[in-house]
Write a protein that binds this ligand. Structure first.
Ligand code: 26W
Length: 802
């Protein structure tokens, strides 16, 4: 569909008037945004309904991507881009004399996720639609997103994220598609017509109402669906909800996202959320399938269900429950279908993040589901015991020591288990899930994560996009592998200079934000060194902080020495209950306070910890980054995805050989990445020998002694007990994530960074080389592999071969 500027202007002015009774000059930025959103939604509506009809008519196989988290970011520009009307609309808006940017900024950024896992789900939604794959997302419409982060005296303070305050123009409430979800009570089996059927008593029923959002494909006229479920009191059931507490229980269910991305919390409410999503989602899938009038035993030919980490793993017993209790299939039929339909991605090897629900909790909350899990477990043990013996079989049990191990259930109940980077998958096979790998070697596979260049390059970095277009044309936008053509330009001085100019402008833009929001002046000619990700000990923001202290001390000792100026930029939220992570935030803010205000330091060293890091801020920071910090302890970061976004925007990576960094290294070559630190193998050797001694490292390294002493000797005036706690964690308690071990190499690799930056040409040659090698990390490739190898679903676009 082509749209003319004039036509748009008229339509838009009419929409604003219709919605608000105001002229465009009178409307507020939010009203202008909302009207534009409504306009875009109706523009896409045609494709949305056509896509749905086509899928149904052709009876295509469809994917359902279940995730407790989605982090879509603002949708206005992304939808305009994908509809192919971004330029026309922007021009029209500016012709009227309105400020497009302020309209864009009036949109809330829906923070319905914690970090990498949620953002990955949203990149996947974009790729699935853009590749023409019939698939939808299934999630929860949290009333409050991830808390907003404020700093008060350098401490993190959490503020509720009331993202729906002004409504949400993108969603469509589908009350007619609501389903009931049952909780609690008792269940027993009774015979009816020769079959055992469950009889429930004292259960509570909660209504699950779906809200649908269009997932618009990139200029392919195809629109998929993201379905987010919200809990409500069933209208016909108000008698059971006469008490305030019963009403509150329902309202609480989809009220907030759990703000913890690493520590599994065995909270009953979280379990209810998980079951709520699974039950509502599976019911709606089965209802749709039944419309097709095909036998239920063939459901696996039309349906693929993907479980994003174990959080939605109750899909497995819920699927069985519906097929046997409500559709009268036999256990064997239901189980065979289940395995064919389900696939599971593991996103972490951190033991503390592994979901294990107490038996008693499951029994009380979802008694029928617990019975089914018991039966899955019983049959698993019965079948595997004679084949694998006691030890291995019991290691793989779903129910053990009073808890239900969700990862075990996810593996046993599906046909595919994947890790999210080569190294991560190897570690799953050889260490974390070893017994399962022995049992089901063909089930394991790798799907390295990816990112959507549409949001992270085309939208976030328009200037770089334009430069790339000038050099290699625009085909890379549909075929990211074509970015390799840029390799032909690494020896062209003019191109490198243009790249430098683009980077400088992006740095200036970020510097303006920092000046305005934080009143810190940063020099765009300094190196912008960026670490953006959740705050966690294993990600080692602390190592970065120690490096900053070390530089600070050097400047103080020798204030007149020539030194390459650097700005250290952090963005990170800590889980509200993760005290140590919060102490590290406080430490970094205290270091910032010290160095940013020390006249000896001036422009040589600045520290900027942005408040409330999320998708929207990432879009501003990433294009401005020179250095990408990917410094987790090897083996701990499953993949990482900011590493991919930053490299695609021309940052050079300082990295350990962890997660997808290994693959980045393989593509760019050792000369084009700054590697340091232990390998994952060495880390595992330390674990086996138990020979790590951080104190020994501390005592034998004078620089470390000086740096760590600043934590406890008053050098950093704004910290109190945080300094001592952090010092002790490193020296006294043997430094769980080997920060001290990797410190010296980190310092020395950072010196190489400074040296290289002296030669701008050499720097931008590597920068361009990184951009040119970022194509393989497109989520489009990742999704093609999922669709082809796991889901067995075809693209609806004839030109796309999976
Ligand atoms: C149960 C609490 C909880 C909640 C979320 C535990 C664990 C999680 C996620 C698995 C955390 C997460 O986001 N993991 C990240 O997933 C990314 C996408 O695959 C990877 O790139 C990151 O390396 C991984 O940390």
């Amino acid at each position: 569909m082509t749209l003319q500027v004039e036509e748009f202007r008229k339509d838009y002015e009419r929409v604003v008037k219709g919605m608000y009774g105001l002229s465009v000059e009178e409307a507020s930025p939010f009203q202008l945004y909302n009207a534009l959103g409504a306009y875009v939604k109706s523009f896409a509506g045609e494709h949305w309904s056509r896509t749905k009809t086509e899928y149904e008519k052709k009876q295509v196989k469809q994917l359902y991507y279940f995730s407790m988290e989605f982090l879509p970011g603002r949708m206005l520009k992304s939808n305009l881009l994908n509809l192919g009307i971004l330029d026309v609309v922007r021009e029209g808006i500016e012709d009227i004399g309105l400020d497009f940017h302020s309209i864009v900024q009036a949109e809330e950024d829906p923070a319905l996720g914690n970090g990498g896992l949620g953002r990955l789900a949203s990149c996947f939604m974009d790729s699935i639609a853009s590749l023409g794959i019939p698939g939808s997302g299934s999630g929860i419409r949290y009333r409050y997103g991830l808390f907003q982060q404020r700093f008060i005296d350098g401490h993190q303070v959490e503020v509720p994220d009331n993202w729906l305050r002004n409504g949400n123009v993108w969603e469509v409430r589908k009350e007619n598609k609501a389903v009931n979800v049952r909780f609690g009570g008792q269940v027993y089996m009774a015979e009816q017509k020769g079959r055992l059927i469950p009889v429930y008593e004292n259960t509570r029923t909660i209504l699950a109402v779906p809200y649908d959002t269009a997932m618009i494909g990139y200029q392919n006229e195809l629109v998929n669906n993201l379905r987010l479920w919200s809990a409500e009191i069933p209208p016909e059931d108000y008698v059971h909800y006469s008490s305030i507490s019963a009403q509150q229980e329902v309202n609480q269910l989809t009220e907030v996202l759990y703000p913890d991305d690493s520590n599994y919390e065995g909270r009953i409410l979280r379990l209810r959320q998980e079951y709520f999503l699974c039950s509502a989602g599976i019911q709606s899938i089965v209802r749709y399938y039944k419309k097709l009038q095909l036998p239920l035993t063939m459901i696996a030919e039309k349906v693929a269900i993907h479980i994003n980490d174990t959080h939605p793993a109750l899909c497995i017993p819920e699927f069985i429950r519906i097929l046997i209790d409500e559709e009268q299939l036999t256990w064997e039929q239901a189980w065979e279908s289940c395995k064919k339909v389900m696939s599971y991605t593991n996103h972490t090897i951190m033991q503390e993040a592994m979901e294990k629900w107490p038996i008693e909790m499951l029994k009380a909350e979802v008694p029928r589901i617990y019975q089914i899990i018991e039966e899955i477990n019983r049959r698993h043990i019965e079948k595997k015991l004679p084949l694998y013996g006691e030890e291995l079989t019991y290691q793989t049990a779903i129910i053990r020591e009073g808890v239900v191990n969700m990862a075990h259930m996810a593996i046993i109940g599906s046909h595919s288990v994947n890790g999210v980077a080569q190294l991560h998958t190897t570690i799953l096979k050889n260490e974390v899930l070893k017994p399962f790998y022995e049992m089901y070697p063909t089930r394991f596979n790798n799907k390295t994560n990816g990112i959507t260049q549409r949001r992270w390059l085309q939208l976030a970095n328009e200037e770089l996009t334009q430069l790339i277009d000038e050099k290699i044309g625009t085909a890379w936008k549909k075929k990211p592998s074509e970015l390799t053509i840029l390799k032909g330009f690494v020896n062209e001085d003019e191109t490198l200079k243009q790249l430098e100019d683009v980077k400088l402008r992006n740095k200036k833009r970020f510097a303006r934000y920092v000046k305005e929001k934080m009143d810190i002046t940063i020099d765009p000619n300094a190196i912008f060194d960026v670490q953006i990700k959740r705050l966690h000990a294993y990600k080692r923001q602390l190592l970065n902080a120690l490096h900053i202290i070390s530089r600070y001390l050097e400047i103080k000792e020798n204030p007149n020495a020539a030194i390459q100026p650097r700005v250290f930029i952090f963005g990170a939220k800590a889980a509200p209950s993760y005290l140590y992570a919060k102490q590290i935030i406080k430490l970094i803010n205290a270091i910032a306070e010290l160095v940013n205000n020390d006249p000896d330091v001036g422009d040589k060293l600045k520290v900027v910890f942005v408040e409330n890091y999320g998708v929207t801020l990432a879009e501003l920071i990433i294009p401005a980054a020179d250095v990408s910090e990917q410094i987790s302890l090897a083996s701990k970061e499953a993949s990482g995805t900011s590493n991919m976004k930053l490299m695609a925007n021309g940052a050079l990576t300082v990295a350990t050989l962890d997660g997808a960094n290994v693959e980045i290294r393989n593509y760019v070559g050792e000369e084009n990445i700054f590697l340091f630190g232990l390998t994952s193998q060495e880390v595992y050797e330390y674990y086996e020998n138990g020979t790590y001694s951080s104190r020994q490292i501390f005592e034998s390294n004078p620089r470390l002694i000086k740096v760590l002493n600043t934590l406890i000797d008053g050098t950093i005036p704004d910290i109190q007990e945080e300094g001592r706690v952090i010092f002790d964690s490193l020296v006294q308690y043997n430094d769980e994530y080997f920060v001290l071990k990797d410190f010296e190499e980190y310092i020395s690799v950072q010196r190489e960074v400074d040296e290289l930056y002296q030669d701008k040409q050499a720097w931008y040659r590597k920068s361009l080389w990184n951009i040119a090698n970022s194509g393989p990390f497109s989520a489009d490739f990742t999704i093609m592999r999922y669709a082809d190898e796991i889901w067995k679903i075809d693209s609806q676009m004839p030109e796309i071969e999976l």
